[in-house]
Design a protein around this ligand. Structure first.
Ligand code: ZN
Length: 465
């Protein structure tokens, strides 16, 4: 039985791992590479395996770095089944269609010297809308906890990863050519314990081999309660001075987690009547998907629903869908605006920044990690003046960063989850983390939990004995 790593190996994106059991070839995910140009160029390299020979893809969740190369896989001959939860299917559809639209817009907007260059750019597009529909058509959905036999030699079960709605840990039982069975557990992205809408990650107690993410293997997040208090403080200050609050936010999970807290502030009369606008068609669609799958919510959220409170509907909460609705917010004061993109690299948050950054009584709240080189990062690093669409704007607004809304497990969470296996796994593979973080975390775990850890290199193949 062989396992090989074709992405997210000593890096955080492009998750794609091939398990060849001797009877079946299966992939754990097929995600996109994101980041600097040389990393994104990897998306255009041919797969080091024949896509047509893969029978099953297990998809842990809808984030692009886990699902973004699926349409390419399908385009190049994959015709097997993509296994995931219902919520992952719906969110993946939303996220892949948005990515296809963005690629089309970029190709349409680009100027080319020659027709040949234009053709090449079109060819260079990773996938289009039609490829997304073909991909979604191959998806088969399963519930958490159901044991499913795909053949006499292959069985699987999805468990809740508690990262974003629908996210799954994948347990696979596979027999090799001699009939010997091995259990492989793939963590996907693990959630941060204490998130409000999704449950905490399921603990798994047995495995021969574990493949675990280590994105934040070197970091501790602030607690959610502390973060919520800080958030309430910001909202109250803004309310007092009738200032606006602008929150750049990712469309899936982060936006809903923030709305969830704002609903609780309202419900508990902690804020008087500040209007909140979700100014992002994609986040609005994602919220509608969240409303469909209340059966996946954790206890607190489920209790709210049972008590008749919809966390995504409260007085003063509005969807802002059209461009006109978005523009009309420019004239309002004393409101909260949630808009993408999460790192202020584009999208509707930019015009709101143009209006609000120069206002002394406005607040800008960052709720997610800001990558170096983004406008969001410049602002949290203390830039006094920024450029948006070529124009200069002074930063007079108060800038805040809230660390506890992360949907990712931190060092403590991953260690806690790995502890569930005891010393049983023959080997724990550390993936989905920057090279030095994976290496350091692997050493820590080997030392503390006495587990045999290994950090695979890109395209490395290992034998599972
Ligand atoms: Zn993720």
């Amino acid at each position: 039985m062989k396992l090989s790593f074709h992405g997210a190996a000593k890096m955080v994106t492009g998750s794609c791992h091939l398990l060849d059991t001797g009877h079946h070839k299966i992939l754990f995910e097929c995600g996109i590479f994101q980041g600097p140009k040389e990393v994104e160029a990897l998306n255009f390299e041919p797969f080091p395996f024949d896509p047509g020979s893969i029978e099953y893809v297990f998809l842990s969740h809808a984030h692009l770095d886990h699902c973004g190369r699926l349409p390419k896989l399908v385009k190049q001959g994959f015709h097997g089944k993509i296994i995931c939860t219902r919520a992952t299917r719906d969110l993946t559809r939303l996220i892949l269609l948005d990515a296809a639209k963005l690629q089309k817009e970029q190709a349409d907007d680009a100027s080319f010297d020659t027709e040949a260059a234009m053709e090449q750019a079109k060819e260079g597009k990773l996938f289009g809308e039609t490829d997304v529909f073909h991909t979604i058509g191959l998806m088969e959905t399963y519930n958490y906890g159901d044991s499913v036999k795909l053949s006499d030699n292959l069985e699987f079960r999805l468990r809740d990863a508690g990262h974003i709605l629908g996210s799954a840990i994948i347990e696979v039982w596979a027999k090799n050519n001699t009939g010997r069975e091995r259990k492989i557990v793939f963590s996907g992205d693990l959630g941060h314990r204490g998130q409000r809408i999704v449950k905490d990650p399921d603990m798994v107690s047995e495995a021969d081999y574990v493949i675990v993410e280590s994105t934040y293997g070197n970091r501790y997040h602030k607690s959610r309660d502390e973060t919520v208090l800080e958030f309430l403080g910001i909202m109250s200050a803004a309310e007092e001075t009738k200032g606006n609050v602008c929150i750049p936010t990712f469309a899936v999970e982060r936006a809903q987690e923030i709305i969830y807290e704002l609903n609780l502030f309202h419900r508990n009369n902690l804020l008087s009547n500040m209007s909140v606008y979700l100014d992002s068609p994609m986040a609005i669609e994602a919220t509608e998907i969240f409303k469909k799958y209340t059966d996946m919510y954790d206890e607190d959220a489920a209790r709210l629903i049972e008590g008749g409170d919809d966390p995504f509907e409260f007085p003063g909460f509005h969807y802002s869908n059209t461009t006109e609705e978005s523009k009309s917010l420019n004239n309002k004061t004393g409101i909260t605006i949630l808009a993408g993109s999460g790192m202020a690299t584009g999208g509707r948050i930019l015009p709101h920044f143009m209006h609000n950054l120069p206002r002394k009584n406005s607040h800008v709240v960052f709720v997610g990690f800001q990558v170096e080189g983004t406008l969001g990062r410049d602002i949290i690093d203390g830039a006094q003046e920024v450029r948006i669409h070529g124009k200069k704007f002074n930063v007079e607004a108060t800038v805040h960063t809230l660390g506890g809304f992360s949907a990712h497990a931190d060092q403590r969470d991953i260690r806690y989850w790995l502890r569930g296996f005891g010393t049983m796994p023959q080997r724990v593979f550390m993936i989905h983390g920057d090279s030095d973080i994976c290496d350091g975390f692997a050493q820590n775990i080997a030392h503390e939990l006495k587990q045999d850890t290994y950090v695979p290199k890109m395209h490395e193949e290992v034998e599972l004995i």
